[in-house]
Design a protein around this ligand. Sequence first.
Ligand code: ATP
Ligand code: MG
Length: 259
Amino acid sequence: MKKIISFSGKGGVGKSTLLVLMLKYLLEKFKNLDILVIDADPDANIGDIIGKEINFKETIGGKMTALKDKIQNRQIPLDVSKDQIIESEVFEALIEMDDFDILEMGRGEGSGCYCSVNNTLKRVIDVLSKNYDVVLIDAPAGLEYFARKTGRNVTDLVIVSDPSKMGIHTMKRILEVTKEVDLRFENIWVLGNRFPENSIRDILEKEVGNIKEEYVKLLGFISNDDEISKMNIIGENLLQLPNESEAYKIGKELFAKII
Ligand SMILES: Nc1ncnc2c1ncn2[C@@H]1O[C@H](COP(=O)(O)OP(=O)(O)OP(=O)(O)O)[C@@H](O)[C@H]1O
Ligand SMILES: [Mg+2]
């Protein structure tokens, strides 16, 4: 099994939450899977959701800032290429948890550009993903990430939408942009999150039905779950969401379609 699964969608639709529920499912179902979580969203933090404090120095942004200082102070050996140095810094940024690893993109300092970090990230995903069975990527909300072809090795793209016009609009834009820049995936899964159990679901189902490409499929729907909101507000590790949670029970069935 070799899967690189990226969660995308409009801001706030539940990308990070569902990624963590999928992680929970993978950890419970497969005991010996090597899993890497890449938090590619500079504004958010998977660590916050799973109760792991990650400080700036441990992130790729932090490593890159330190590297810039080293280069300016001429502390870098001349016989090593810049790419090699960046690569080794990224390996150093791997955070080892008990059952999986995390790579945290982190914020840049000031209004720094992420282009070079993003370019590095592309290559590092190639290199790193070889060492893992499953890579879960939390993509930033915008379309720029795709326009830059950052997700080029992703096998399964999950596009999350909430029951809103904008959520569905962003879903469609992601489909357009990935096509424009010729990013190919084995599967694109549309996942409705926080959808009430009524005819509103038909609207998203119809939208996905209208899409001609056979690799674009409706994964299914997850309802709003008060337990998830509660754990978020009190800052509890979402991996400890009770197995009786309705969202998790349905989530497991849906994630099993991907793996
Ligand atoms: N099914 C659900 N039931 C209840 N609350 C949910 C559900 N899914 C997500 N949430 C809540 O919605 C909020 C946004 O979720 P999350 O942070 O996962 O979204 P996101 O798409 O990753 O946002 P961003 O674009 O900012 O990264 C959080 O407070 C989360 O707890
Ligand atoms: Mg997020």
